[in-house]
Ligand binder design. Structure first.
Ligand code: SF4
Length: 197
């Protein structure tokens, strides 16, 4: 992390603590700060966010306030850091350089299936047809994420099958790559207290 990124991370951390104290008052200030430190390429997205943040009747505004109220503070802050800072702000230059170097698209997310196995058998789903034999090993998932980060990708989406059939490896990967954001499409039946902890 360079000096500029360290300063931005510090500033965002401070801003998040203000947001948690008084979201209604401090969210608009946070968006103004984001405008100052974001590349011009994101000005239209920030326009849209500003519109939402300044309209208490907007459904997304209510959603954000609800998240701030109900999601664990550390989880909320980690999501902002990994998704917004690492995944968008700090990695945009690397993504652009990689696009130019290899003359190909670099996506903002990678979607991967850790397994085709599932603990359910829903009508019409292909998962049962593939059985339990197709799995990415821990090393293969780790390798995909290492390669992704080399290109500036910090957001990963697990689908399947049921990804939580592999929950031990999924947690191990999240601990190792704790600068990335992971989203899991899950039927939720395998979520237990240990996993939530
Ligand atoms: S829970 Fe999802 S993956 Fe599993 S059988 Fe149903 S639709 Fe398919």
């Amino acid at each position: 992390m360079n000096l500029n990124e360290k300063f931005t991370t510090y500033a965002v951390g401070k801003t998040l603590s203000y947001i948690h104290k008084d979201p209604e008052k401090n969210l608009p200030k946070a968006v103004s700060l984001a405008r100052k430190i974001s590349p011009n390429a994101y000005s239209s997205q920030i326009d849209r966010i500003e519109e939402v943040i300044n309209d208490p009747d907007n459904v997304f505004y209510k959603y954000i306030i609800n998240m701030l109220d109900r999601i664990d503070e550390d989880v909320f802050d980690k999501t902002i850091t990994n998704f917004m800072l690492n995944g968008v702000l700090f990695s945009e230059d690397l993504k652009r350089e990689t696009r130019e170097k290899y003359n190909c698209n670099v996506p903002w997310t990678i979607l991967l299936d850790p397994t085709t196995a599932c603990n359910l058998k829903c009508t019409g789903c292909w998962a049962a047809e593939y059985g339990k034999s197709l799995n990415l090993s821990y090393d293969e998932i780790d390798d995909i994420i290492n390669q992704g980060k080399d290109m500036g990708i910090y957001f990963y989406i697990y689908t399947g099958g049921e990804p939580l059939v592999r929950k031990k490896d999924i947690l191990k990967i999240a601990e190792k790559h704790n600068d990335c954001e992971f989203l899991i499409f899950t039927n939720s039946t395998l979520i237990d207290d240990d996993f939530v902890d």
